[in-house]
Design a binder for this molecule. Structure first.
Ligand code: AMP
Length: 181
């Protein structure tokens, strides 16, 4: 892992580089905007390293990430592991045969898809996303990996919104978050 310049701990620098945007995309939501973090090259690399590090000795074969911010973090983590990258996308975006999972939103539901041939039994997967909120997205992504017969070794998030209890949605799965609010 490349050491950070300066003395401020990584967690504090990450926290300072994530911008709170009130009432986006809807009234009442406090949006965690990670674009200032992504724009800081040293911090972006340190964040990806820290998200990956818990799984360094786990012989990870694939990183699975959810569009769109998950892709930004997941791809460099896959590169670091020398692992494959597998995108999970909203319904209708992936071109080939897919497996689909429905998950609950605050109002209504949504669907996520993975290419049916993207993973196979024996594959060892880390799931990466920017924010764990209610956990619906992460739980559906775990189910997609399970459905293809691969193994979820764990999940890594930049931010966990602890007050939304997303950890309960993926109870029993190993999870790491760099920042918990
Ligand atoms: P959830 O399924 O409720 O855990 O929501 C997680 C997904 O929604 C992640 O892909 C996040 O990118 C996004 N998300 C949810 N809440 C927020 C938030 N407050 N700020 C930024 N992104 C969020």
């Amino acid at each position: 892992m490349t050491p950070l310049r300066g003395t401020e701990p990584l967690v504090e620098r990450l926290s300072a580089a994530i911008r709170d945007v009130p009432d986006f995309p809807r009234p009442g939501i406090l949006f965690k905007d990670i674009t200032p973090l992504l724009a800081d090259g040293e911090l972006f690399r340190a964040a990806c390293d820290a998200l990956a590090a818990p799984y360094d000795d786990e012989e990870i074969t694939h990183v699975v990430a959810v569009e769109s911010r998950g892709f930004i973090l997941g791809a460099p983590i896959a590169h670091r592991f020398g692992a494959g990258f597998v995108p999970v996308r909203k319904s209708g975006k992936l071109p080939h045969v897919t497996h689909r999972e429905t998950y609950a939103l605050e109002y209504g539901s949504d669907e996520l898809e993975i290419h049916a041939d993207a993973l196979r039994p024996g594959d060892r997967v880390v799931i990466v996303d920017d924010v764990l909120a209610t956990g619906g997205t992460a739980a559906a992504t775990c189910r997609l990996v399970d459905a293809l017969g691969a193994t979820v070794i764990g999940c890594s998030f930049l931010v966990e919104l602890g007050f939304l209890s997303g950890g309960e949605a993926i109870a029993g799965r190993r999870r790491h978050a760099l920042l918990v609010y």
